[in-house]
Design a protein around this ligand. Structure first.
Ligand SMILES: *[C@@H]1O[C@H](CO)[C@@H](O)[C@H](O)[C@H]1NC(C)=O
Ligand SMILES: *[C@@H]1O[C@H](CO)[C@@H](O)[C@H](O)[C@H]1NC(C)=O
Ligand SMILES: *[C@@H]1O[C@H](CO)[C@@H](O)[C@H](O)[C@H]1NC(C)=O
Ligand SMILES: *[C@@H]1O[C@H](CO)[C@@H](O)[C@H](O)[C@H]1NC(C)=O
Ligand SMILES: *[C@@H]1O[C@H](CO)[C@@H](O)[C@H](O)[C@H]1NC(C)=O
Length: 422
């Protein structure tokens, strides 16, 4: 009997040990798996953290399509690992979906846009002499309530974007400009566009996007390289009309990552004393050569005659920080400053020179190197870059995740709590 129970006990013990060992192995591998397939994904948009299972569900083609159509190119969630799958599905199908949207929305929108358009009675000479956006031409699309309810708004951000950059706008809305994580008075964003060249499909999609997100402002000019100055003037005009209460205006391109946490915490910003200032990467008067021979920036001999360098101080336009007090004057100045097509020179150089008594201050922490910024936002301590270009697909998200991690405790005061419940 004793022998038997001894034997039994030993078997039981062996059994227990095996079970424990087995469980350890399972748990360890699950933890490892967790790195590859995180249990939770950042779902900044839906306010809640989604489980992995529901995220997988969200990856089905049908769901991606539904989200695409209901939100116009809006990513449901952003996840470093899953992102590529999503992107692939997106790029293979988006043209077809765009076609469907166009058909569905044709009646709803084309007439609306057409009736909004009034004929602008200015002659061709005037259009060339001064930016046509200065002559009270109608907005093709306008969202005049972007700054509503924000009487103490700190930043209004003007994003210069090309008509078909749906994806970039979508990523900006999901990352650094996410309404669900920014407090009400901290930052609002407006996307500035011209007209797509002869492509009604793209126009229909933009109208849909504007309807969904209410953050699009479209001017009456072809969205082409040589018309970018019109976009800049459009931004000055729109702020003069709808958002003068913002303390600061920031202009960025749609491939720029903005470190909003650094921006909010910016120790160099003096909210009360900052006046009549442009902060940016400065191009000093008489130092930027005018390209005369070839290339994207070739300037005709008739413009800036006999000059080898631009005769004004201006800003490198990928990130420019302005105090709002000068915006209306800059807009007014565009009505009496002859058009020049290089937007940075015109809107951050010729116009400020015309207005006068505006100070340029050099801004630290701007980088054009994606490699540097990717490294910087991977570090364990907060990266000091305020803005960085993020052209390659996926980089905007990577920088955003990096910044959330790095500024986790510092940024708590400026974002809604759900950002930090992850
Ligand atoms: C935030 O602003 C919106 C208007 O844009 C307003 O309707 C809403 O009540 C505000 N929320 C808070 C909490 O102030
Ligand atoms: C307005 O914003 C500034 C800076 O963002 C802040 O110091 C101030 O307390 C705010 N005022 C109100 C009334 O919310
Ligand atoms: C700028 O826009 C106007 C108005 O749409 C158009 O007539 C003109 O051709 C455009 N200029 C360039 C250089 O694309
Ligand atoms: C520009 O250069 C041309 C030819 O060298 C000269 O005739 C003309 O006087 C110059 N114009 C100015 C404003 O310097
Ligand atoms: C730029 O420098 C030139 C030459 O020193 C000067 O004549 C011109 O007035 C300056 N422009 C501005 C806008 O200060």
């Amino acid at each position: 009997m004793a022998v038997y129970s001894m034997h039994c006990l030993r078997r039981l013990l062996l059994y227990c040990v095996s079970v424990v060992a087995f469980l350890i192995v399972i748990f360890t591998s699950m933890n490892l798996l967790e790195d590859v397939f995180p249990k939770y994904v950042y779902s900044l948009d839906s306010k809640k953290v989604q489980s992995r299972a529901s995220y997988k569900h969200a990856m089905s083609e049908e769901t991606v399509k539904t989200l695409f159509i209901s939100n116009t190119l809006k990513t449901p969630t952003i996840n470093k690992i899953m992102h590529n799958t999503f992107l692939e599905r997106w790029t293979t199908n988006s043209n077809r979906w765009l076609e469907e949207i166009t058909t569905q929305r044709k009646e709803m929108f084309t007439t609306k846009a057409a009736t909004n358009m009034k004929t602008v009675d200015i002659n061709h000479e005037a259009r060339i002499a001064y930016p046509l956006t200065s002559f009270g031409s109608p907005y093709v699309l306008n969202n005049d309530k972007i700054c509503e309810g924000a009487n103490n708004l700190t930043y209004i951000v003007l994003v210069h974007t090309a008509t078909d950059h749906f994806y970039r706008r979508s990523v900006i809305r999901e990352t650094w400009a996410n309404k669900n994580i920014l407090t009400n008075q901290s930052l609002r964003v407006v996307f500035l566009l011209g007209r797509p060249q002869g492509n009604t499909k793209i126009q229909a999609a933009i109208e849909h996007e504007s309807y969904m997100h209410k953050d699009i402002v479209q001017g009456d000019f072809s969205d082409t390289y040589h018309n970018l100055t019109h976009k800049g003037v459009l931004g000055y005009r729109w702020i003069s009309e709808y958002c003068l209460q913002a303390k600061f205006v920031i202009k960025v391109d749609d491939d720029v990552f903005v470190n909003i946490f650094k921006l909010m915490l910016g120790t160099s910003i003096n909210y009360h004393a900052d006046k009549r200032k442009l902060r940016c990467y400065i191009r000093m008067n008489g130092t930027s050569p005018i390209q005369r021979k070839t290339g994207k920036w070739k300037v005709d001999d008739s413009e800036f005659k006999n000059m080898t360098y631009f005769p004004v101080t201006y800003c490198n336009g990928f990130f420019v920080f302005m105090t709002t007090d000068i915006i209306k004057e800059l807009y007014e100045a565009s009505k009496v400053t002859p058009f020049f097509w290089i937007d940075d020179v015109y809107i951050f150089g010729l116009l400020p020179a015309k207005v006068g008594s505006i100070r340029f201050e050099s801004m630290e922490g701007l980088t054009l190197s994606e490699e540097d910024s990717l490294k910087c936002f991977k570090m364990n301590k907060p990266c000091n870059y305020l803005a960085a270009t993020a052209v390659a697909k996926g980089n905007m998200e990577t920088l955003w995740y990096g910044s959330i991690k790095q500024y986790h405790s510092l940024a708590k005061a400026y974002a809604k709590p759900q950002l930090f419940s992850i």
